[in-house]
Write a protein that binds this ligand. Structure first.
Ligand SMILES: [Zn+2]
Length: 497
């Protein structure tokens, strides 16, 4: 009988193909329990998986004829896969072994950075993390500078590390120094929970991603592979709460990115086989409804009308009915306030209301967000919302205003070209194929500000769970592999074949 133990021993032998002949359904069911990624059809088990650098195929069946057919299809796929993925070169193998030898240093750097509180509003803390990283960039042969922001923005500024050269693509690398955890929140230092997980504020979002960048660049530098490469690393100090207006806080960031060809952002990775080639943009809206007021007994009549609360309910419900099923579009009313007398303070996102049940409400304010994948989708949604708002109930009047926030990183051919290089890299590393993640699963990020100027990929940083919440973790098993992926990707971009 085929057991899990047998499966492990097959993997150890690195057999590329394993064909298991079995005679009964009982054996088939036992084998199915032993492996997990399996298709079951015509009493046939089929499992294809990467195990370190080897592709392992397990095929088991009681039906020999069907098994032969599958084998031909798979053999063809394997040939295609090998033709299109470049194997690791000797230099790339050296990069991997350098990174593996220096993992303890990388984890130490991560712990040091996590243990400095750098909430977006803790300017001294953000600067201190910047200083720690600047020292590391110097070791990778980069010159660094600190970009200050005007005092009115109340943010620490940004760290920029630069190497100038002429070889290959001009690469722009994005990270951020700040976290969502401000000093007045309970502090949790870097702590290993077990051999594959550690916790700490910003462990994966995104001090882990910053260390992926630094460890990858230091490996390339120590092997002399950055000579004549052109790389700008930009670690912003206010990603989680950008200084307003962003036309000021992101001005230098955008200008420098425009001089590059490719942008790689190291926000949290979603495992080893997915990156972001698109991110949704975010924006805001404010609905303001006014209406005739009067005694509640007159509501719905021609003379008194419906009041502001019914009108706002109509509008919100129509938004939901007409727009909620559109892919990648979301809009969430975050605050609603209304009554017979109300005040709303926009700066504090705060309001007060008094209402009596026997008074028809004269005023309502609703504020919300709107997330979208393309500018065209944003504009179309806004037009539909305006049209709904305009169909006022008797006795009421409503207006809606929109505020632009972070633009979308739209899916483009250029982004897909970088995805292809990453896909070839992970295949060559024996990690399997890489696919574009679901843009709906990510919010907007710094890369979105520059997406229309350069080819972009995000989600290259550290993997983990619970970003933005106490107890955020980093996956330490995937950490070395993500550093290797980053280093080989940067190497391939700056050293075209
Ligand atoms: Zn982040």
């Amino acid at each position: 009988m085929f057991t899990k133990k047998m499966l492990i021993s097959l993997r150890r032998k690195h057999l590329p193909f394993t064909i298991v002949k079995i005679s009964s359904r009982r054996e088939l069911i036992a084998l199915r329990g032993a492996c997990n990624t399996i298709l079951l059809k015509n009493d046939t088990i089929f499992s294809l998986r990467y195990c370190r650098k080897h592709l392992l195929l397990i095929l088991a069946s009681t039906n020999i004829c069907f098994m032969k057919k599958i084998l031909i299809v798979v053999a063809t796929l394997l040939v295609i896969n090998n033709i299109f993925s470049q194997p690791l070169s000797d230099t790339e193998k050296k990069i991997i072994s350098y990174i593996n030898q220096h993992i303890p240093d990388s984890e130490k750097l991560l712990a040091d950075a996590v243990n400095i509180n750098s909430g977006s509003l803790n300017k001294a803390g953000v600067k201190q993390v910047g200083d720690v990283f600047a020292r590391e960039f110097a070791l990778a042969g980069f010159s660094t500078e600190w970009v200050n922001l005007p005092d009115s923005l109340n943010r620490a500024g940004h760290l920029v590390a630069i190497r100038k050269g002429k070889k290959g693509k001009k690469v722009f690398i994005i990270g951020h120094l700040d976290t969502v955890f401000e000093p007045d929140m309970p502090f949790s230092p870097y702590t290993r929970l077990n051999d594959s997980t550690a916790t700490g504020q910003g462990a994966s979002d995104m001090k882990g991603g910053d260390v992926v960048v630094i460890a990858a660049l230091q490996a390339l530098q120590s092997l002399g592979l950055l000579n004549d490469a052109s790389i700008t690393v930009y670690f912003t100090g206010d990603e989680e709460k950008a200084g307003i207006p962003t036309s000021v806080s992101r001005k230098d960031f955008i200008e420098r990115a425009k001089t590059c060809d490719v942008a790689l952002a190291f926000e949290g990775a979603n495992g080893l086989n997915s990156v972001a080639t698109a991110r949704r943009g975010s924006s805001g809206w404010k609905l303001h409804v006014t209406a005739k007021t009067g005694h509640s007994s007159g509501v719905f009549t021609k003379g008194s009308g419906y009041g502001a609360i019914y009108e706002s309910a109509r509008i919100l419900n129509r938004f939901r009915e007409e727009l909620s099923t559109e892919k990648y579009l979301t809009f969430n009313p975050g605050l609603i306030i209304g009554g017979s007398d109300m005040q709303y303070d926009e700066k504090k996102s705060k309001g007060e209301a008094i209402g009596k049940t026997n008074i028809i409400s004269p005023e309502v304010v609703v504020t919300g967000d709107l997330r979208f994948l393309t500018e065209a989708q944003k504009e179309s949604a806004r037009n539909k919302m305006r049209a709904i708002v305009a169909q006022n109930l008797n006795g009421s009047k409503a207006t809606i205003s929109f505020q632009d926030g972070i633009p979308a990183m739209e899916p483009t051919e250029g982004n897909n070209r970088i995805l292809k290089i990453i896909d070839q890299t992970t295949k060559a590393m024996g990690l399997g194929a890489t696919q574009a993640g679901d843009p709906g699963s990510r919010g907007a990020g710094d890369i979105s500000y520059i997406a229309k100027y350069v080819d972009c990929v995000d989600g290259l940083g550290a993997s983990g769970r619970g970003a933005h919440a106490p107890g955020e973790t980093i996956n330490l098993k995937e950490f070395p592999l993500l550093i290797q992926r980053a280093a080989i990707l940067i190497y391939r971009l700056t050293n075209p074949q």
